[in-house]
Ligand binder design. Structure first.
Ligand SMILES: CC(C)[C@H](C(=O)O)[C@@H](O)C(=O)O
Ligand code: SF4
Length: 468
Protein backbone atom coordinates (compact mmCIF):
# COMPACT_ATOMS: atom_id res chain seq x y z
CA UNK A 1 0.00 0.00 0.00
CA UNK A 2 1.21 3.52 -0.71
CA UNK A 3 2.56 5.75 2.03
CA UNK A 4 -0.19 7.14 4.21
CA UNK A 5 -0.42 9.99 6.70
CA UNK A 6 -1.56 9.28 10.26
CA UNK A 7 -4.88 10.87 9.42
CA UNK A 8 -5.31 8.62 6.36
CA UNK A 9 -4.64 5.52 8.47
CA UNK A 10 -7.24 6.47 11.06
CA UNK A 11 -9.73 7.55 8.42
CA UNK A 12 -9.32 4.32 6.40
CA UNK A 13 -9.83 2.24 9.52
CA UNK A 14 -13.13 4.00 10.26
CA UNK A 15 -14.84 4.40 6.89
CA UNK A 16 -18.19 2.64 6.92
CA UNK A 17 -19.40 3.82 3.54
CA UNK A 18 -17.74 5.87 0.84
CA UNK A 19 -19.67 5.97 -2.42
CA UNK A 20 -19.03 8.35 -5.30
CA UNK A 21 -21.18 11.47 -5.03
CA UNK A 22 -22.04 10.85 -1.38
CA UNK A 23 -20.65 12.28 1.82
CA UNK A 24 -18.64 9.46 3.46
CA UNK A 25 -19.84 7.83 6.67
CA UNK A 26 -17.31 7.07 9.40
CA UNK A 27 -17.52 5.08 12.62
CA UNK A 28 -17.09 6.94 15.89
CA UNK A 29 -15.23 5.26 18.74
CA UNK A 30 -15.99 7.71 21.53
CA UNK A 31 -18.74 10.26 21.92
CA UNK A 32 -18.35 12.87 24.65
CA UNK A 33 -21.36 14.99 25.51
CA UNK A 34 -21.79 18.02 27.75
CA UNK A 35 -24.69 20.02 29.10
CA UNK A 36 -24.38 22.99 26.75
CA UNK A 37 -24.81 21.25 23.38
CA UNK A 38 -26.60 17.96 24.03
CA UNK A 39 -30.14 18.77 25.29
CA UNK A 40 -31.73 19.09 21.84
CA UNK A 41 -29.95 15.98 20.64
CA UNK A 42 -31.35 13.86 23.45
CA UNK A 43 -34.76 15.50 22.95
CA UNK A 44 -34.56 14.38 19.32
CA UNK A 45 -33.94 10.78 20.40
CA UNK A 46 -36.89 10.93 22.78
CA UNK A 47 -39.16 12.27 20.05
CA UNK A 48 -38.13 9.43 17.74
CA UNK A 49 -38.18 6.84 20.54
CA UNK A 50 -34.58 5.86 19.84
CA UNK A 51 -32.06 4.58 22.38
CA UNK A 52 -28.40 5.62 22.57
CA UNK A 53 -26.81 3.06 20.27
CA UNK A 54 -23.60 2.54 22.29
CA UNK A 55 -23.92 3.69 25.85
CA UNK A 56 -20.51 2.08 26.55
CA UNK A 57 -18.86 4.47 24.09
CA UNK A 58 -20.67 7.60 25.24
CA UNK A 59 -20.04 9.75 28.29
CA UNK A 60 -21.61 12.89 29.65
CA UNK A 61 -20.06 15.63 31.74
CA UNK A 62 -21.14 18.93 33.22
CA UNK A 63 -18.49 21.57 32.65
CA UNK A 64 -19.65 24.74 30.86
CA UNK A 65 -22.41 25.94 33.17
CA UNK A 66 -21.08 24.80 36.53
CA UNK A 67 -20.07 27.29 39.19
CA UNK A 68 -16.46 26.89 40.32
CA UNK A 69 -16.78 28.36 43.80
CA UNK A 70 -15.29 26.10 46.48
CA UNK A 71 -17.81 23.58 47.84
CA UNK A 72 -20.26 24.45 45.06
CA UNK A 73 -23.87 23.27 45.19
CA UNK A 74 -26.87 23.61 42.88
CA UNK A 75 -27.78 26.83 44.65
CA UNK A 76 -24.55 28.38 43.32
CA UNK A 77 -25.58 27.86 39.70
CA UNK A 78 -25.91 31.37 38.34
CA UNK A 79 -29.04 31.42 36.22
CA UNK A 80 -32.16 29.50 35.31
CA UNK A 81 -30.82 28.54 31.89
CA UNK A 82 -27.77 26.93 33.46
CA UNK A 83 -29.92 25.08 35.99
CA UNK A 84 -31.99 23.71 33.12
CA UNK A 85 -28.90 22.63 31.18
CA UNK A 86 -27.45 20.82 34.19
CA UNK A 87 -30.68 19.13 35.24
CA UNK A 88 -31.43 18.12 31.66
CA UNK A 89 -28.01 16.51 31.30
CA UNK A 90 -28.54 14.59 34.54
CA UNK A 91 -31.95 13.41 33.44
CA UNK A 92 -30.77 12.43 29.95
CA UNK A 93 -27.78 10.49 31.26
CA UNK A 94 -30.04 8.62 33.68
CA UNK A 95 -32.81 7.89 31.17
CA UNK A 96 -30.50 6.83 28.35
CA UNK A 97 -28.00 4.92 30.51
CA UNK A 98 -24.99 7.10 29.77
CA UNK A 99 -22.16 7.45 32.34
CA UNK A 100 -22.30 10.94 33.82
CA UNK A 101 -19.56 12.87 35.58
CA UNK A 102 -21.71 15.32 37.49
CA UNK A 103 -20.84 18.33 39.61
CA UNK A 104 -19.92 16.16 42.60
CA UNK A 105 -18.09 13.40 40.72
CA UNK A 106 -14.44 12.81 41.59
CA UNK A 107 -13.65 12.69 37.86
CA UNK A 108 -15.67 15.78 36.84
CA UNK A 109 -13.86 18.34 34.74
CA UNK A 110 -13.70 20.01 31.35
CA UNK A 111 -14.64 17.42 28.75
CA UNK A 112 -11.33 17.84 26.86
CA UNK A 113 -9.32 17.44 30.03
CA UNK A 114 -11.07 14.35 31.37
CA UNK A 115 -11.23 12.41 28.07
CA UNK A 116 -7.45 11.88 27.82
CA UNK A 117 -6.96 11.92 31.59
CA UNK A 118 -9.30 8.97 32.13
CA UNK A 119 -8.09 7.03 29.08
CA UNK A 120 -11.50 7.41 27.45
CA UNK A 121 -9.84 8.95 24.37
CA UNK A 122 -7.14 6.62 23.03
CA UNK A 123 -4.66 6.78 20.13
CA UNK A 124 -5.99 5.73 16.74
CA UNK A 125 -9.60 6.47 17.62
CA UNK A 126 -12.23 8.73 16.18
CA UNK A 127 -13.65 10.97 18.91
CA UNK A 128 -16.46 13.49 18.63
CA UNK A 129 -18.09 15.99 20.94
CA UNK A 130 -20.52 18.82 20.35
CA UNK A 131 -17.72 21.24 21.02
CA UNK A 132 -15.15 22.88 18.78
CA UNK A 133 -12.13 22.22 20.99
CA UNK A 134 -12.50 18.47 20.68
CA UNK A 135 -9.32 18.79 18.61
CA UNK A 136 -7.47 18.71 21.97
CA UNK A 137 -7.70 14.91 22.06
CA UNK A 138 -5.75 14.80 18.78
CA UNK A 139 -2.58 15.21 20.84
CA UNK A 140 -2.70 11.47 21.45
CA UNK A 141 -2.94 10.63 17.73
CA UNK A 142 -6.73 10.73 17.47
CA UNK A 143 -9.01 12.09 14.76
CA UNK A 144 -11.08 14.21 17.12
CA UNK A 145 -13.60 16.73 15.85
CA UNK A 146 -16.28 19.05 17.11
CA UNK A 147 -19.76 18.42 15.72
CA UNK A 148 -23.08 20.28 15.69
CA UNK A 149 -26.07 19.36 17.82
CA UNK A 150 -27.93 17.58 14.99
CA UNK A 151 -24.80 15.49 14.45
CA UNK A 152 -24.68 14.76 18.17
CA UNK A 153 -28.15 13.29 17.82
CA UNK A 154 -27.06 11.28 14.79
CA UNK A 155 -24.01 9.84 16.55
CA UNK A 156 -26.04 9.03 19.67
CA UNK A 157 -28.47 7.09 17.50
CA UNK A 158 -26.07 5.37 15.10
CA UNK A 159 -22.48 5.76 16.38
CA UNK A 160 -21.72 6.97 12.85
CA UNK A 161 -21.13 10.38 11.33
CA UNK A 162 -21.38 11.73 7.81
CA UNK A 163 -18.19 13.60 7.22
CA UNK A 164 -16.56 15.17 4.18
CA UNK A 165 -12.97 13.91 4.12
CA UNK A 166 -10.75 16.85 5.15
CA UNK A 167 -7.43 17.65 3.51
CA UNK A 168 -4.17 17.12 5.35
CA UNK A 169 -1.63 19.71 6.44
CA UNK A 170 1.73 19.12 8.06
CA UNK A 171 3.04 21.94 10.22
CA UNK A 172 6.67 21.15 10.94
CA UNK A 173 7.86 22.80 14.13
CA UNK A 174 11.63 22.64 14.43
CA UNK A 175 13.97 23.87 17.13
CA UNK A 176 14.31 24.00 20.89
CA UNK A 177 12.11 26.13 23.12
CA UNK A 178 13.96 28.53 25.43
CA UNK A 179 13.16 28.27 29.17
CA UNK A 180 9.91 30.09 29.87
CA UNK A 181 8.65 29.52 26.32
CA UNK A 182 5.86 26.94 26.11
CA UNK A 183 3.49 25.08 23.82
CA UNK A 184 1.03 27.97 24.25
CA UNK A 185 3.58 30.35 22.76
CA UNK A 186 4.11 27.95 19.86
CA UNK A 187 0.35 27.84 19.24
CA UNK A 188 0.03 31.63 19.32
CA UNK A 189 3.12 32.03 17.12
CA UNK A 190 1.70 29.61 14.54
CA UNK A 191 -1.62 31.46 14.36
CA UNK A 192 0.16 34.81 14.27
CA UNK A 193 2.38 33.66 11.40
CA UNK A 194 -0.09 31.70 9.29
CA UNK A 195 -3.43 33.26 10.23
CA UNK A 196 -6.72 32.23 11.83
CA UNK A 197 -7.83 30.59 8.59
CA UNK A 198 -4.79 28.62 7.56
CA UNK A 199 -6.18 25.27 8.60
CA UNK A 200 -9.57 25.70 6.94
CA UNK A 201 -10.86 22.29 5.68
CA UNK A 202 -7.65 20.66 6.82
CA UNK A 203 -6.54 18.36 9.57
CA UNK A 204 -3.24 19.68 10.87
CA UNK A 205 -0.58 17.22 11.92
CA UNK A 206 2.06 18.93 14.06
CA UNK A 207 5.45 17.32 13.56
CA UNK A 208 9.13 18.11 14.00
CA UNK A 209 11.72 18.14 16.75
CA UNK A 210 9.96 20.76 18.89
CA UNK A 211 6.78 18.66 18.95
CA UNK A 212 8.62 15.46 19.84
CA UNK A 213 10.09 17.12 22.90
CA UNK A 214 6.72 18.43 24.11
CA UNK A 215 4.89 16.59 26.87
CA UNK A 216 1.39 15.27 26.14
CA UNK A 217 0.01 18.27 28.02
CA UNK A 218 1.89 20.62 25.72
CA UNK A 219 0.72 18.74 22.64
CA UNK A 220 -2.85 19.09 23.91
CA UNK A 221 -2.43 22.85 24.23
CA UNK A 222 -1.26 22.98 20.64
CA UNK A 223 -3.99 20.72 19.23
CA UNK A 224 -6.57 22.63 21.27
CA UNK A 225 -5.61 25.81 19.45
CA UNK A 226 -5.56 24.18 16.00
CA UNK A 227 -9.22 25.23 15.97
CA UNK A 228 -8.19 28.87 16.33
CA UNK A 229 -6.05 28.34 13.21
CA UNK A 230 -9.28 27.39 11.44
CA UNK A 231 -8.50 23.66 11.25
CA UNK A 232 -10.96 20.80 11.36
CA UNK A 233 -8.68 19.01 13.82
CA UNK A 234 -5.13 18.93 15.16
CA UNK A 235 -3.04 15.82 15.65
CA UNK A 236 0.34 14.64 16.91
CA UNK A 237 1.66 11.16 16.13
CA UNK A 238 1.75 8.81 19.11
CA UNK A 239 5.23 7.93 20.39
CA UNK A 240 6.63 6.40 23.57
CA UNK A 241 5.66 9.54 25.50
CA UNK A 242 2.05 8.97 24.41
CA UNK A 243 2.10 5.30 25.33
CA UNK A 244 3.54 6.08 28.76
CA UNK A 245 0.85 8.75 29.25
CA UNK A 246 -2.01 6.38 28.45
CA UNK A 247 -0.72 3.44 30.50
CA UNK A 248 -2.71 2.74 33.66
CA UNK A 249 -5.49 5.26 33.04
CA UNK A 250 -8.84 4.02 34.38
CA UNK A 251 -10.58 3.47 31.02
CA UNK A 252 -7.47 2.42 29.05
CA UNK A 253 -6.89 -1.23 28.18
CA UNK A 254 -4.83 -3.05 30.80
CA UNK A 255 -2.20 -5.84 30.77
CA UNK A 256 -1.88 -7.85 27.59
CA UNK A 257 -4.59 -5.83 25.88
CA UNK A 258 -2.62 -2.69 26.53
CA UNK A 259 0.52 -4.17 24.96
CA UNK A 260 -1.48 -5.21 21.90
CA UNK A 261 -2.99 -1.74 21.61
CA UNK A 262 0.38 -0.05 22.11
CA UNK A 263 1.90 -2.15 19.29
CA UNK A 264 -0.88 -0.80 17.11
CA UNK A 265 -0.33 2.78 18.21
CA UNK A 266 3.34 2.52 17.24
CA UNK A 267 2.21 1.97 13.63
CA UNK A 268 0.06 5.09 13.47
CA UNK A 269 2.65 7.76 12.65
CA UNK A 270 2.63 9.08 9.09
CA UNK A 271 4.78 6.90 6.82
CA UNK A 272 8.06 8.50 5.72
CA UNK A 273 7.33 10.20 2.42
CA UNK A 274 3.55 10.30 2.94
CA UNK A 275 2.05 13.19 0.98
CA UNK A 276 0.20 16.02 2.72
CA UNK A 277 -1.99 18.48 0.83
CA UNK A 278 -0.02 21.32 2.41
CA UNK A 279 3.23 21.63 4.34
CA UNK A 280 4.26 24.64 6.45
CA UNK A 281 7.39 25.26 8.47
CA UNK A 282 8.12 27.25 11.58
CA UNK A 283 11.30 27.47 13.61
CA UNK A 284 10.98 28.07 17.34
CA UNK A 285 14.64 28.44 18.36
CA UNK A 286 14.25 32.19 18.80
CA UNK A 287 10.64 32.21 19.93
CA UNK A 288 9.89 34.50 22.88
CA UNK A 289 6.76 34.49 25.08
CA UNK A 290 3.71 35.63 23.11
CA UNK A 291 0.87 37.93 24.18
CA UNK A 292 -2.36 38.39 22.23
CA UNK A 293 -3.12 42.13 22.09
CA UNK A 294 -6.25 42.06 19.93
CA UNK A 295 -9.60 40.37 19.47
CA UNK A 296 -8.65 37.24 17.57
CA UNK A 297 -5.94 34.68 18.37
CA UNK A 298 -3.85 35.82 15.40
CA UNK A 299 -3.42 39.34 16.80
CA UNK A 300 -0.35 38.48 18.80
CA UNK A 301 2.95 40.19 19.67
CA UNK A 302 6.24 39.25 21.31
CA UNK A 303 6.47 40.13 25.00
CA UNK A 304 9.41 42.33 23.98
CA UNK A 305 7.30 44.04 21.31
CA UNK A 306 4.71 46.76 20.98
CA UNK A 307 1.05 47.13 20.09
CA UNK A 308 0.98 47.49 16.27
CA UNK A 309 0.09 50.69 14.48
CA UNK A 310 -2.90 50.12 12.16
CA UNK A 311 -1.65 52.95 9.94
CA UNK A 312 1.35 50.80 9.05
CA UNK A 313 -0.91 48.11 7.56
CA UNK A 314 -1.18 48.35 3.78
CA UNK A 315 -4.19 46.05 3.56
CA UNK A 316 -7.35 48.02 4.37
CA UNK A 317 -9.23 45.05 5.84
CA UNK A 318 -6.39 44.34 8.27
CA UNK A 319 -6.06 48.04 9.06
CA UNK A 320 -9.73 48.33 9.98
CA UNK A 321 -9.65 45.12 12.00
CA UNK A 322 -6.64 46.43 13.92
CA UNK A 323 -8.28 49.81 14.54
CA UNK A 324 -11.40 48.20 15.87
CA UNK A 325 -9.43 45.75 18.01
CA UNK A 326 -7.34 48.53 19.55
CA UNK A 327 -10.43 50.53 20.34
CA UNK A 328 -12.16 47.57 21.98
CA UNK A 329 -9.01 46.63 23.87
CA UNK A 330 -8.33 50.19 24.99
CA UNK A 331 -4.75 50.17 23.66
CA UNK A 332 -2.71 52.69 21.73
CA UNK A 333 -0.41 52.00 18.76
CA UNK A 334 3.23 51.64 19.76
CA UNK A 335 2.44 50.96 23.42
CA UNK A 336 4.91 48.49 24.91
CA UNK A 337 3.34 45.10 25.65
CA UNK A 338 5.13 45.10 29.01
CA UNK A 339 3.44 48.39 29.92
CA UNK A 340 -0.07 46.95 29.63
CA UNK A 341 -1.61 46.78 33.11
CA UNK A 342 -4.00 43.96 33.92
CA UNK A 343 -6.67 43.70 36.62
CA UNK A 344 -7.50 40.02 36.36
CA UNK A 345 -5.71 36.74 35.79
CA UNK A 346 -7.40 33.53 34.75
CA UNK A 347 -5.40 30.31 34.78
CA UNK A 348 -7.67 27.60 33.45
CA UNK A 349 -9.61 26.27 30.40
CA UNK A 350 -9.11 23.19 28.23
CA UNK A 351 -6.07 24.94 26.74
CA UNK A 352 -4.03 25.25 29.92
CA UNK A 353 -5.48 23.76 33.09
CA UNK A 354 -3.69 20.44 33.35
CA UNK A 355 -1.24 19.54 36.09
CA UNK A 356 1.82 20.57 34.10
CA UNK A 357 0.31 24.00 33.44
CA UNK A 358 -0.37 24.49 37.13
CA UNK A 359 3.14 23.30 38.00
CA UNK A 360 4.68 25.85 35.65
CA UNK A 361 2.59 28.67 37.03
CA UNK A 362 3.08 27.62 40.68
CA UNK A 363 6.82 27.29 40.11
CA UNK A 364 6.87 30.97 39.32
CA UNK A 365 4.40 32.05 41.98
CA UNK A 366 6.10 30.31 44.92
CA UNK A 367 7.39 32.86 47.41
CA UNK A 368 5.75 35.74 45.54
CA UNK A 369 2.42 37.50 45.89
CA UNK A 370 -0.35 38.64 43.56
CA UNK A 371 -0.25 42.43 43.06
CA UNK A 372 -2.71 44.21 45.39
CA UNK A 373 -5.10 45.43 42.68
CA UNK A 374 -5.21 42.10 40.80
CA UNK A 375 -7.93 39.45 41.06
CA UNK A 376 -6.36 36.11 40.17
CA UNK A 377 -8.09 32.75 39.91
CA UNK A 378 -6.84 29.24 39.20
CA UNK A 379 -9.42 26.80 37.90
CA UNK A 380 -8.08 23.24 37.55
CA UNK A 381 -9.26 21.44 34.40
CA UNK A 382 -10.59 18.52 36.39
CA UNK A 383 -11.22 17.47 39.96
CA UNK A 384 -8.44 14.93 39.51
CA UNK A 385 -6.02 17.69 38.53
CA UNK A 386 -7.29 19.60 41.56
CA UNK A 387 -6.57 16.69 43.92
CA UNK A 388 -3.12 16.10 42.47
CA UNK A 389 -2.35 19.80 42.75
CA UNK A 390 -3.46 19.73 46.39
CA UNK A 391 -1.26 16.70 47.06
CA UNK A 392 1.77 18.28 45.44
CA UNK A 393 1.29 21.49 47.38
CA UNK A 394 0.53 23.58 44.28
CA UNK A 395 -2.88 24.64 45.58
CA UNK A 396 -1.26 25.88 48.78
CA UNK A 397 1.30 27.88 46.80
CA UNK A 398 -1.47 29.55 44.82
CA UNK A 399 -3.61 30.28 47.87
CA UNK A 400 -0.70 31.71 49.85
CA UNK A 401 0.20 33.92 46.93
CA UNK A 402 -3.31 35.37 46.90
CA UNK A 403 -4.91 33.35 44.08
CA UNK A 404 -8.44 32.00 44.43
CA UNK A 405 -8.35 28.22 44.13
CA UNK A 406 -11.50 26.94 42.43
CA UNK A 407 -13.36 23.76 41.53
CA UNK A 408 -13.09 22.38 37.98
CA UNK A 409 -15.00 23.72 34.98
CA UNK A 410 -14.85 26.00 31.93
CA UNK A 411 -15.16 29.01 34.22
CA UNK A 412 -14.01 32.36 32.89
CA UNK A 413 -13.05 30.93 29.51
CA UNK A 414 -16.65 31.39 28.41
CA UNK A 415 -18.45 33.43 31.09
CA UNK A 416 -21.61 31.34 31.24
CA UNK A 417 -21.19 30.13 34.82
CA UNK A 418 -20.72 33.16 37.04
CA UNK A 419 -16.99 33.65 36.39
CA UNK A 420 -16.69 36.67 34.14
CA UNK A 421 -15.08 40.01 33.45
CA UNK A 422 -16.95 43.27 33.73
CA UNK A 423 -16.86 45.87 30.96
CA UNK A 424 -13.39 47.31 30.45
CA UNK A 425 -11.75 44.79 32.80
CA UNK A 426 -8.43 43.54 31.39
CA UNK A 427 -7.41 39.94 31.86
CA UNK A 428 -4.32 37.82 31.27
CA UNK A 429 -5.94 34.52 30.37
CA UNK A 430 -4.60 31.07 29.55
CA UNK A 431 -7.69 30.24 27.47
CA UNK A 432 -7.91 30.07 23.69
CA UNK A 433 -10.34 32.76 22.52
CA UNK A 434 -10.05 36.52 22.88
CA UNK A 435 -13.13 37.49 20.88
CA UNK A 436 -15.10 40.56 21.94
CA UNK A 437 -17.17 39.74 24.99
CA UNK A 438 -15.86 36.20 25.27
CA UNK A 439 -15.07 36.51 28.99
CA UNK A 440 -17.95 38.87 29.70
CA UNK A 441 -19.46 41.84 27.89
CA UNK A 442 -16.83 44.51 27.30
CA UNK A 443 -14.12 42.35 28.92
CA UNK A 444 -10.61 42.49 27.46
CA UNK A 445 -8.75 39.22 27.04
CA UNK A 446 -5.02 38.77 26.48
CA UNK A 447 -4.11 35.17 25.69
CA UNK A 448 -0.87 33.99 27.28
CA UNK A 449 0.79 30.87 28.69
CA UNK A 450 0.28 29.83 32.33
CA UNK A 451 3.69 31.07 33.45
CA UNK A 452 3.14 34.41 31.68
CA UNK A 453 -0.26 34.70 33.38
CA UNK A 454 1.30 33.93 36.77
CA UNK A 455 4.00 36.55 36.26
CA UNK A 456 1.42 39.14 35.17
CA UNK A 457 -0.59 38.42 38.33
CA UNK A 458 2.45 39.20 40.47
CA UNK A 459 3.62 42.28 38.55
CA UNK A 460 0.20 43.70 37.65
CA UNK A 461 1.33 44.01 34.03
CA UNK A 462 2.91 41.75 31.41
CA UNK A 463 6.52 40.76 32.03
CA UNK A 464 9.08 38.70 30.15
CA UNK A 465 9.35 35.50 32.18
CA UNK A 466 12.72 34.74 30.60
CA UNK A 467 14.28 37.57 32.61
CA UNK A 468 12.96 36.58 36.01
C1 LIG B 1 -20.32 25.82 24.20
C2 LIG B 1 -19.58 25.21 23.06
C3 LIG B 1 -20.51 25.01 21.92
C4 LIG B 1 -18.35 26.01 22.65
C5 LIG B 1 -17.55 25.34 21.55
O1 LIG B 1 -18.04 24.62 20.71
O2 LIG B 1 -16.39 25.53 21.47
C6 LIG B 1 -17.44 26.32 23.81
O3 LIG B 1 -16.86 25.20 24.36
C7 LIG B 1 -16.40 27.29 23.35
O4 LIG B 1 -15.23 27.10 23.67
O5 LIG B 1 -16.74 28.28 22.68
S1 SF4 C 1 -12.76 25.53 28.57
FE1 SF4 C 1 -13.43 27.09 27.13
S2 SF4 C 1 -12.74 26.39 25.12
FE2 SF4 C 1 -12.66 24.66 26.51
S3 SF4 C 1 -14.60 23.60 26.22
FE3 SF4 C 1 -14.83 25.02 27.95
S4 SF4 C 1 -15.65 26.87 27.05
FE4 SF4 C 1 -14.84 25.66 25.36
Amino acid sequence: MSQRTMFDKIWDAHVVRDEPGEVPVIYIDRHLTHEATSPQAFAGLRARKLPVHRTDATIAVIDHNVPTVPGRRMIDVVDAASVTCIETMEENARDFGVTLFDMKDEYQGIVHVIGPELGISLPGMTVVCGDSHTSTHGALGIFAIGIGTSEVEHVLATQCLQQQKPKTMNIRVEGTLAPGVTAKDVALAIIRKFGTNVGSNHVIEFSGSAIRSLSIEGRMTLCNMAIEAGARAGMVAPDEVTIEYVKGRPYAPQGELFDLAAANWRELASDPGAQFDAVLDIDVDDLVPQVAWGTDPGMVADITGTVPDPAAESDSVTRQAYERALEYMGLTPGQKIQDIDIQTVFIGSCTNSRLEDLREAAGYVEGRHVAPHVRAIVVPGSMQVSRQAEEEGLAKIFREAGFEWREAGCSMCIAMNGDRLSAGERCASTSNRNFEGRQGRGGRTHLVSPIMAAAAAVAGHFVDVRNL
